[in-house]
Structure formats: C-alpha cells, structure tokens
Design a protein around this ligand. Structure first.
Ligand SMILES: Cc1cc2nc3c(=O)[nH]c(=O)nc-3n(C[C@H](O)[C@H](O)[C@H](O)COP(=O)(O)OP(=O)(O)OC[C@H]3O[C@@H](n4cnc5c(N)ncnc54)[C@H](O)[C@@H]3O)c2cc1C
Length: 482
C-alpha cells in the first residue's frame, strides 16, 4: 500500500491480520509533543505538502496519518443529493451503486473508529464536557444567519477533549485530535501491519512475474528499493496518486491504465471568504477551527462553514489590508487601533460546493504533479451565489462588511479537499477504477483515497473517503482469497 490518509488507513486496518500488509508513507511519524504551535514556513513545510498550479493551489497533509494530522476534524456524511449531482454533460458523478443510504452503515463504522463527537451550542452541565462547546465565532455566525431567517448547525468533530488552543491545523499537541495514527493505523499495526515512514514511492508498475511493483526511495538513507506484491493499493491522496499514475502512463509501466488518470479534479467547490463584523468573534488563535455549518443554500449546491483562517489567507494578496477606517483612510492612529483589534472582528467563512470537476493534473518534466483549474461558468455561478449569501450574512445579518474575495482580488483559489483524479466510474472512458476501487485493465491494483471519490460532495471529504475505503476493503479481501 502507498499512503496513510483516510483511504489507506481504513484499508490497512481491514486487511491487517488477514494478509501481510506493508504501507509505504513518505511523511514522518508524529506524536503530539513533536508538533509545534508555529506558522514558521520551515515547520509548515514538514507537515504540509503544497501542490502548485494555475488557477489554484492545493494543500494536503503529510506524515503517518496523512491529512488527519492537520485537518480540522469536521466529520460529515455527504448529503443524499450530492450523490445525484451531475457534471456539465448531465452525467452523474457517482455510479448507481453509490447513494447516501448505501454508505450510511459504513459512515457509522468510520465515525465509531475515529470517535466523532457532536459539538453543542451551549456549555454542557458537566465541567468535563465543557470542551464540546462551539467557539464564540460560531455563535456570531449563527446569529447572523438567524437575523436573515436561515438555520445553522453545530458540527461533529473527531475530537476527544480539547483546550481550545486554536492550533488544530498544525497538529494537536495535546493528543485531543483523533487522528488516524491514533485510531485506524494504531489498530492496523496492532494486528501486524507494517508501516514504513519516510519512504517515497517514485514509480509503480506491473511486476514481471505477475502482481505489481513499487520502487521507492528511503528519504533518510537515500537508498532505492523495489517491493513486489500480488495486490497494490494506491492511497497517496488525490494529488500524490495522480502523480504516480501519470508517471506510470508516461513510462508505460501500467500499460492498460485509463487515460482519465489525472483528469476530473474537483476542488469540492472550496472558497475562502471572510467578513469584518462589529461583534467580537474571539482572538485569531483560540477555539476550534470549524464549529458550525449552514445548509440553508443547499438547493444552490453549496454549504457555508464558520472556520478560522489566518488573516493572511483572508486578505489574499490585497495589501494594505482592505478595510479602511471610517473616513476611508488606511493610515493614522485610528486605523492602527482598528488593525490591532482586527482578529477579534473577523468572521471567516468556508464555502464547499459543487464544481464541475474541471481540474487537470499534469506532470512537470521533473515528475512533480501540478494543477490546472479553469472554473466553468457553472462553477463561477455557484461561487458568485456563495459570495452573495456570505455578504447577506455579514452585512445584512451582522452589520459588517464582506472582505474582497479571492476571485475578485487576484483570481487565485486554493483547496484542501481535492478529489477525483482517478475517479470511480462505470467504465475506463469516464474514470480509472470501478465501483470496487479496482483499476480498469489492472486486476489487483486499487486506488482508495480522495482520488477515487468521483466528484464534489459539498461538505468536508474525509468521512466519505474512509466510507468508500471501508466498502472497497470487502472487495480487496475477496481478491486476497481468490
Ligand atoms: C488544513 C486542512 C484542513 C482540513 N480539514 C478537514 C476537515 O475538517 N474535515 C475533512 O473531512 N477534511 C478535511 N481536510 C481534507 C482531508 O484532510 C482530506 O480530504 C483527506 O486527508 C484525504 O485523504 P486521502 O486518503 O485522500 O489522502 P491524504 O490524507 O492526503 O494522505 C495521503 C498520504 O499519502 C502520502 N503520500 C503521497 N505521495 C506519496 C508517495 N509518492 N509515496 C509515499 N507516500 C505518499 C502523503 O504523505 C500522505 O500522508 C482538511 C485538509 C487540510 C489540508
């Protein structure tokens, strides 16, 4: 297996003890004490992978546990209607085998494995449960929504105990985050799975005697090795997997692989917005990263979440910071005072929605995957509506001001929820793997991660990736027996 994110970990757990499982992971092992509460780029470089591109950039997590090490822990099931979303050609992203009802028992299984807790709006009576409360920011968000007659829900998080330090997305130093290394992977290792960290797989292909081979580099020693196995599970995340499959197409090491590899990249409609509101929304580094969501515009194909984003992200590249003082000035004491108090008045909003999966991943000459994303008119329309909805919450609901948005200022987007680069489909003309996650033309080769999820789902992606992996594990076990 390659990769220890939500797809890889679920498979490792289900196969451990039934087969010899070897998992190759390029990131290191982290324990809570090794995380730092720091935004130092040298540190961020260790916990994140950045994939550059045209029109967007993609951020993912790296380490034993993949994105779970640095994610915001939001653990949502995809709404039923997301399984019926169609692409520009009017074709459903998901094959008929998939629906919310068919995945519900698997979602439940994942929720149990990773210990999901529902946040509460008011402080629970028992002091030991106080950490379950949403942040002050979420209350402001919900009040803004209520003022315009819209609903808001508190989120379920994979969390147990929390000090509200606000550093969830650089790794939890207190071990409160229920990341995969503490849940799925710990159990897989207890059952005998071997995880080999700090090894980067460079090439995959068929093995001369049957089965598959992976050539990898030991990132500490610099040695290159090859491992062969009858079954190979690629779970390196939507970008990592795309890189490996595109390399295999380039070097013809998987001769029957679908040419759809690297296409159909969805950003899951991600867009970061933010408002400046009169209420105190709390300091920048305090509270949970995400605490609440509104489905009020679900009929327009998007959800909005109250998130915590660094000011730098919200400000985009518009410097000086685009909020003038009451006289329209960006200088002077009043402006400086306002800037000092700024983090307490920020209301960041995350959009997740239906795009057209119009992104393409290509390989640079040195083999690095990069992204090209030119939003379709339909995707731009969805974003425009989400900006209008956010403006309504911030300005009409809360008397604040929506900050200039990325599409308006510099057109650059970013996502943390890439999907679909080796998508599940009913044939190789539309995707790379079948509904059981096995590659068309290559029996025994599986893709089980965000790459396999066939289209946007409009909410956070981890739970759906793991549920699809739980489903695929049944087929993998059948293959093993065969
Ligand atoms: C800041 C942030 C916050 C997020 N918050 C949430 C949230 O609250 N809720 C939610 O549902 N989702 C969230 N996500 C998204 C979520 O983390 C991803 O959807 C999920 O982790 C994807 O799982 P995956 O199995 O596709 O791969 P990943 O989790 O990306 O794991 C892939 C693993 O493969 C390894 N790998 C890649 N290439 C190679 C190679 N060549 N050789 C060996 N190993 C390799 C990587 O190091 C990585 O560990 C967030 C993401 C980010 C970045």
């Amino acid at each position: 297996m390659i990769g220890t994110g939500f797809g890889g970990s679920a498979i490792a757990r289900r196969l451990a003890g039934r087969a010899r499982v070897l998992v190759l992971e390029k990131g290191r092992r982290w324990d809570p004490e090794s995380f730092r509460q720091s935004l130092d780029p040298r540190y961020l470089n260790e916990v994140f992978d950045l994939y550059p591109g045209c029109g967007t950039g993609i951020v993912t997590g790296s380490g034993v546990g993949g994105g779970s090490l640095i994610y915001s822990m939001v653990s949502l099931r995809a709404p039923s209607a997301a399984f019926d979303w169609t692409d520009r050609a009017g074709l459903r992203f998901w094959p008929d085998e998939f629906s919310r009802a068919s995945l519900d028992s698997l979602y439940e299984k994942v929720e149990r494995e990773i210990g999901v807790t529902q946040l509460e709006w008011v402080r629970p009576p028992a002091p030991e449960d106080a950490w379950k409360t949403v942040s002050a920011r979420d209350i402001v968000f919900a009040r803004g929504l209520a003022a315009i007659g819209r609903s808001c829900d508190a989120l379920p998080l994979a969390l147990s105990g929390c000090r509200d330090c606000g550093f969830c997305t650089v790794g939890c130093r207190f071990g409160a985050k229920q990341s995969l290394d503490r849940t799925y992977l710990a159990r897989a290792e207890a059952e005998g799975a071997e995880i080999r960290p700090r090894v980067r797989v460079e090439r995959i292909g068929t093995a001369p005697g049957g089965g598959y081979r992976a050539r990898y580099m030991d990132l500490d020693g610099g040695d290159r090795r090859v491992v062969e196995a009858p079954l190979l599970v690629v779970a390196a995340g939507a970008m990592g997997t795309a890189g490996l499959l595109l390399d295999a197409l380039r070097h013809k090491t998987l001769p029957r692989l679908s040419g759809q590899a690297g296409r159909n990249l969805s950003l899951n409609g991600d867009l970061a917005l933010g408002g400046y509101v009169p209420d105190h929304t709390t300091e920048e580094f305090h509270g949970k990263i995400d605490g609440s969501i509104t489905y009020a515009w679900w009929d327009r194909d998007f959800t909005l979440q109250c998130v915590r984003l660094p000011i730098a992200v919200l400000a985009g590249d518009s410097t000086p910071f685009p909020i003038p003082d009451a006289e329209g000035r960006r200088w002077g004491m009043a402006y400086k005072e306002r800037m000092r108090d700024l983090p307490r008045h920020l209301l960041p909003i995350g959009v997740l929605g239906r795009d057209d999966a119009e992104g393409v991943v290509r390989l640079a000459p040195d083999g690095t995957p990069y992204v090209n994303f030119r939003p379709s008119a339909r995707t731009r329309g969805m974003w425009k509506e989400s900006i209008d909805a956010s403006r309504e919450i911030v300005e009409r609901g809360l008397g604040g001001k929506l900050l200039p948005t990325a599409p308006e200022t510099h057109g650059l987007l970013g996502t943390v929820h890439p999907l679909g680069t080796a998508r599940i489909a009913d044939g190789p003309h539309r995707g790379v793997v079948g509904p059981d996650c096995e590659a068309f033309g290559h029996p025994g080769l599986f893709v089980v991660d965000g790459a396999a999820v066939p289209g946007p789902i409009g909410v956070n992606t981890s739970l759906t990736i793991a549920a699809v992996a739980e489903r695929a594990s049944g087929f993998l076990l059948e293959r093993l027996t065969a």
